[in-house]
Design a protein around this ligand. Structure first.
Ligand code: C5J
Length: 220
């Protein structure tokens, strides 16, 4: 393992410091009847990245590199759900309401599960997060520290919300962050393009972006 071909310049991968972070690949964001759909989004866009996310996960597993998954969800009693989050906008179903896949974005419900094709395997950490960023109100930072992880490759959804928020939080904490371009998606193509552009602008001000093939080539 050495440099990974990336933008705006090569990503200096360090095998013992590198992990894949798969953000929120949950039924609630991908399938009809979930949180994403309740907000009026076309969720079919998100399903298209599943094969690339899967390739990335399998590549990291084959290289014996850690894979960490996150899930955006709340406690059944909603004690970790600020009213400002629940009451925002005019969704057809609010967080905590009963939907076709169980209660929307609630821990343990069917809609909150990670897609079966991308499901964590034994030994992989799953971080349940009540916010958009993975560091807020979770053990994510401690897990990374305990494992000696300092470089994060990101996949998942949505690019400009939970992925970008977590990348920015990580960048401020001193982690080197690389976004896998085909393994992330937004409900809004223009937001994905803008997020990729702003992440790598100004000499990688938030981090790097790279193609899945180049990442897979770089980690063997
Ligand atoms: C959103 C997420 N978009 N996982 N959550 O509300 O990006």
């Amino acid at each position: 393992m050495g440099d990974i071909k990336a933008e705006p310049f090569a990503f200096p991968a360090i095998p013992e410091a590198l992990a894949l972070i798969v953000i929120d690949m949950q039924r609630d964001f991908v399938e009809p009847g979930g949180f994403g759909a309740s907000l009026g989004n076309d969720v079919s866009r998100i399903m298209k990245i599943v094969p690339d996310v899967k390739r990335l996960i399998e590549g990291f597993r084959s290289a014996n590199l850690p894979v960490i998954h996150t899930m955006e969800c709340h406690k059944p009693d909603l004690s970790d759900l600020p009213p400002a989050k629940r009451d925002r906008g005019n969704p057809s179903l609010r967080i905590g309401d009963e939907g076709p896949m169980g209660r929307i974005l609630i821990s343990g419900e069917r809609g909150t599960e990670i897609l079966s094709e991308l499901a964590p395997i034994d030994g992989e950490v799953v971080i349940e997060k009540p916010g958009k960023g993975a560091f807020y109100a979770t053990e994510f930072g401690e897990v990374l520290k305990a494992k000696g992880i300092r470089q994060l490759v990101f996949a998942g959804v949505t690019t400009e919300v939970c992925v970008q928020t977590t990348m920015r939080e990580a960048n401020d904490r001193g982690y080197e962050c690389l976004l896998a371009e085909e393994a992330t998606e937004s409900y809004f193509p223009e937001f994905k393009a803008a997020a990729i552009a702003m992440i790598r602008a100004q000499g990688a001000i938030v981090g790097w972006t790279a193609h899945v093939d180049d990442i897979l080539e770089g980690i063997v």
